[in-house]
Design a protein around this ligand. Structure first.
Ligand SMILES: Cc1cc2nc3c(=O)[nH]c(=O)nc-3n(C[C@H](O)[C@H](O)[C@H](O)COP(=O)(O)OP(=O)(O)OC[C@H]3O[C@@H](n4cnc5c(N)ncnc54)[C@H](O)[C@@H]3O)c2cc1C
Length: 478
């Protein structure tokens, strides 16, 4: 077999995580050789694609399934992401902000007296934090109708409603963002092998890693040797890390949850609803499936998206294989998987119920948000797969970074809050895996993220400064 091609850094998968890490490293170490391997013919075509996720710039402003503490944590993470995007636009890594980010209010919505009471208390718990300043609590039906006319139409004013209205949220096309970041890398010397799947990841005696890639179209094999590997393969990351044999993933399992959205492009509706409105999760449902009605901008056009409805398939990627789940079961995680199956009975029941849903019953669920919704205006689209981590017999709904003790390989598992936290997640990877270099990078990293290492909740003046810079550079108009 021919000698493997050498690269300093190998990034497996061209989703938002690898794209972000690649752009950070390109900037920090201009002479490093970076090779991206992507099994599809395009970057950002799995979970990061605009239609495979909801495009919410998760900042804890509207997600009722976050505790107030988690909402603050997620907002702090999003501030890091937002600053890097501003830096990337200002420095030509990214093009026009409107190609990937749009301002849109983020809104929590409840109805019924108990819901209103809950939302009032939640609003009060966050109101004192500078990151949540400007959020309005609204219970007046006329005000509700003025702001969300499509949601008020056909609704009885006798049932109490409440909104927690954050005017400064974002809608993000993570697919477009991914492709721009990958293109930036390519313009500055990175190599991308599209249509190539990484099949094995093996450790060499000198501590480096050799990847075996197969070109999917021709079946041709090639090898790549890297000193550092990032496994940014989305749902497929667990399997690749298992095959790399690092002890840090021993015992971990994965459980795929798919998603179905309803989508509408009818002009009368898209014009009448320009907010991302989140409700509370149904009893027994995973938090990531709390229903929301989102104003989106994709490809320059306005859309509405409602969902997600949980779907199920054993595939770990939308374009994966049915053998993905069975192949992830190993001697070291089978007990944990079985215990999770028993502990998560309620979730399994919820998923089975979701699978039986018809188009009509999905539109019926939408009527909680849009009482006058018409079946004919909405079509179903299949979203990406989320592979939730199973650890110690429990299902987790977070994002986890795993890395080998020597920092030579790292990967990202789980998918929530997801793409919005790509920047802090990838900074964390750099911090864990480039220990000798991280301190030397700090001046550049602080240019990229001026608040690096600071909790902005505790630094209102700095927050105001970076917020204003981000809003101006990203043309978010607030
Ligand atoms: C229904 C749904 C809604 C969501 N909503 C939001 C939201 O509103 N906001 C938000 O911030 N996040 C959201 N997310 C999460 C977000 O989409 C993901 O966290 C994020 O896109 C993951 O990025 P990634 O780079 O890790 O993976 P991906 O984008 O999936 O990229 C992984 C890449 O690796 C490639 N790959 C896989 N295996 C191999 C291999 N062996 N060799 C080579 N290439 C390989 C794949 O083809 C793919 O291109 C949502 C997710 C879902 C499923």
């Amino acid at each position: 077999m021919s000698k493997p091609v050498q690269t300093d850094v190998a990034l497996i998968g061209a989703g938002i995580m690898s794209a972000t890490l690649g752009a950070l490293l390109r900037r920090l170490e201009p002479n490093t050789t970076i090779t991206v391997v992507e099994r599809l013919e395009q970057a950002g075509a799995e979970s990061s694609d605009a239609w495979n996720n909801a495009g919410t710039g998760h900042a804890g402003l509207c997600e009722l399934f976050y505790t107030p503490e988690k909402a603050v944590r997620v907002n702090e993470q999003f501030q890091v992401t937002r600053q890097f995007w501003a830096y990337a636009v200002a420095n030509g890594l990214l093009g026009q902000p409107r190609d990937f980010v749009h301002p849109v209010p983020h809104v929590s919505f409840v109805h019924g007296a108990d819901g209103v009471d809950y939302l009032r208390r939640r609003h009060q718990a966050l109101a004192g934090n500078p990151l949540f300043a400007g959020t309005e609590f609204i219970t007046d039906f006329n005000e509700f109708a003025a702001r969300l006319p499509a949601m008020a139409a056909g609704r009885s004013p006798d049932v109490p409603v409440a909104l927690d209205w954050a005017p400064h949220g974002t809608d993000v096309d993570f697919g477009s963002l991914t492709r721009q970041l990958i293109d930036y890398g390519v313009r500055h010397g990175s190599t991308v092998h599209y249509g190539h799947e990484v099949r094995t990841v093996s450790r060499e005696s000198d501590g480096s890693w050799t990847l075996r890639l197969v070109e999917r179209r021709t079946g041709e094999t090639r090898r790549l040797n890297a000193r550092f590997v990032f496994v940014g393969a989305g749902g497929a990351s667990l399997g690749l890390l298992q095959r790399a044999g690092i002890p840090e993933v021993r015992g971990l399992g994965g459980f795929p949850i798919g998603g179905v959205f309803l989508r509408c492009g009818a002009t009368a509706l898209t014009a009448a609803h320009r907010a991302k409105v989140y409700g509370a999760p149904a009893p027994g449902a995973p938090s990531t499936t709390a229903a929301h009605l989102d104003a989106r901008t994709v490809g320059g056009a306005p859309w509405l998206l409602f969902g997600p409805f949980a779907g199920w398939s054993p595939k770990f990627l939308k374009r994966g294989r049915v053998s993905d789940l069975p192949r992830s079961v190993r001697r070291d995680n089978v007990a944990s998987l079985l215990r999770a199956g028993i502990a998560e009975r309620e979730l399994v029941g919820y998923l089975l119920g979701q699978l039986r849903r018809t188009h009509g019953s999905r539109v019926e669920a939408l009527r909680e948000f849009l009482p006058d919704a018409d079946d004919a205006d909405w079509q179903e689209i299949r979203a990406g797969q989320r592979v939730q981590v199973i650890r110690g017999g429990r299902l987790e709904f977070d994002t986890t970074i795993v890395h080998a003790a020597d920092g030579s390989i790292a990967g990202l598992l789980g998918a929530s809050p997801g793409a919005s936290t790509a920047v802090p997640a990838m900074l964390d990877v750099l911090n864990r895996c480039f220990v000798g270099k991280f301190d030397a990078w700090l001046p550049t990293l602080t240019e990229m993220v001026p608040s690096l290492g600071t909790g902005l909740s505790e630094e209102p003046a700095l927050f105001e400064q970076v917020w204003e810079w981000g809003s101006r550079t990203l043309e978010l108009g607030h």
